[in-house]
Write a new protein. Sequence first.
Length: 367
Amino acid sequence: MIQIGIGILGGGYMGKAHAVAMSAVGAVFGTTLRPRLEMVCASSPESAERYRAAYGFAHATDNWRALVEDDAVEAIVIATPQETHRQIAEAAFALGKPVFCEKPLGASLEDSAAMVAAAEASGVTNMVGFNYIRTPASQYARAMIEAGEIGDITWFRGEHTEDFYADPQTPASWRTSGMANGTMGDLAPHMVNAALALMGPISRVMAEVETVHSDRPGGRVTNDDHAQMMCRFENGAMGQMYFSRIATGRKMGYAYEITGTKGAIRFDQEDQNALWLYRMDDPEPERGFRKILTGPAHPDYEPFCQGPGHGTGYQDQIIIEARDFLRAIETGADVWPTFRDGHEVNRVIAAGLASSDSQSWKDINDF
């Protein structure tokens, strides 16, 4: 076992998730590289020290450059607002340090393109955080599709729907300001990433983006509440996606349906330990969707639990990401999704926004 010093920028929701993951990943997966929580960075000395004490870091700072430049910090996790991603990543790559960056990659297409260039010029490990696609159920769905188990794919429907802004009286906040924090910037990248992972590249899109509640207590909303997108995949399949933060009743509506010539698959993150499978070659009296409960036979399940149907959770997805990041650092081989994969998601989002503005189809290659 070899220790590696980890620096995490951001100590809030995702910062905590990554700190817990780095603390647990060695025990869960038996990784050769064993993370040492070296330093955490937050917006003030007080909050940084609070996170240090709570999560078990050796040091704390409110200066991101101090973290990036510290010799004891050997790999970096960026869990800060999108507008900070680029400068942090570029500084880390200049020092030859591996970087894991939460999605979306930067606050703009220009940011993510620059981050890809910096990552690839440095030659060091780079990875983007799209955790939901790493559930054992979705990994198994991806493997079945790649193996041709449901035949040639003809159709994809995906959604990422939540309801944290369904109430028009919910006050305005940082989430209601700036397109990077809107539904297309915040929620849509997860499902676009899923579509790319499960279906392959998208060639063109047609989208509508809308702000439903323009005024909230405390301020005017300057970004989008929901969006719908039609798409055509390079493999010829048709697709449809919907993204919303005002989908009343939906808490984690990361869901997809995939239709093939031999069968179909359904998944919903609110029931993340189940996958629904339909096979056309089943006997006619038994033909219908069957519920598959995940267990040790499915990818990345057994390290967490040996009991079928007992299930994995949100934090486990982050631990799987930590394993993949450490493995990439150890082997020097790219582990999906890299910064370039994150940039591809941003290209689709940019095309969708442009399509909504022009009310016309947009080719992804133009972005």
